[in-house]
Design a protein around this ligand. Structure first.
Ligand code: 5GP
Length: 198
């Protein structure tokens, strides 16, 4: 997020990758939406085999693929990482991400914790951010408030969240999503600091 520089200069430099992960219910979607209001920040579009939700557009929210096309992508090594999340396949296509980075933008990649760890293990250079719910009680409240999951699914998500929270030390920073404005401001500051160091 190279603020205050001329457009021509921006495009000469390769952009930086910001990875945002954390348990479901931590608020990644709201945080991403807010970060994307910053013009220098673009979102990496990932691929999934889950069906689109109402209002979701192919190539904008996700690349919606069927199982065969996704498997073909895995075999062709076209994903930087992929994972099965809640019974569906999700993966980060390499090529569009590389193109976004080449354009000099700050590329925001919001993926699940397994995917983030796969990128760390592969030595992919990024600013690794973990988004934390303010408390376990608040996480349960948020998952229940969504109204989209039954009790068993909420219990599963809570168990997964506890296991994921235990691994937050692997990230460059953990940001507590206690208040959306505050968390977004903290993340923008962390991105700015990281980009100034490179
Ligand atoms: P949803 O189906 O609610 O859009 O996303 C479910 C989870 O999958 C979220 O935690 C989201 O961040 C994650 N996700 C989205 N795209 C990818 C991806 O390309 N790779 C991985 N590992 N997780 C992803």
């Amino acid at each position: 997020m190279r603020r205050g520089r001329e457009e021509s200069k921006v495009n000469e430099e390769r952009g930086s990758l910001v990875l945002l992960s954390g348990p479901s219910g931590a608020g990644k979607t709201s945080v991403c939406e807010r970060l994307l209001r910053t013009p220098e920040v673009v979102r990496a579009i990932t691929a999934t085999t889950r069906p689109p939700r109402p209002g979701e557009v192919d190539g904008e929210h996700y690349f919606f693929l069927d199982d065969a096309a996704f498997r073909e992508g895995i075999e062709g090594d076209r994903f930087l990482e992929w994972a099965e999340v809640h019974g569906r396949l999700y993966g980060t296509p390499r090529e569009p991400l590389e193109r976004q980075l080449d354009s000099g933008r700050t590329v925001l990649l919001s993926i699940d914790v397994q995917g983030a760890e796969a990128l760390m293990d592969r030595g992919v250079s990024a600013l690794y951010l973990f988004l934390e719910p303010p408390s376990i009680e608040e996480l349960r409240r948020r998952l229940e408030a969504r109204g989209s999951d039954d009790e068993a699914t909420i219990e599963l998500r809570m168990r997964n969240a506890l296991a994921e929270l235990a691994r937050k030390d692997r990230y460059d920073h953990s940001v507590v999503n206690d208040d959306l404005d505050r968390a977004v401001a903290e993340i923008l500051e962390l991105i700015q600091q990281a980009e100034e160091r490179t």
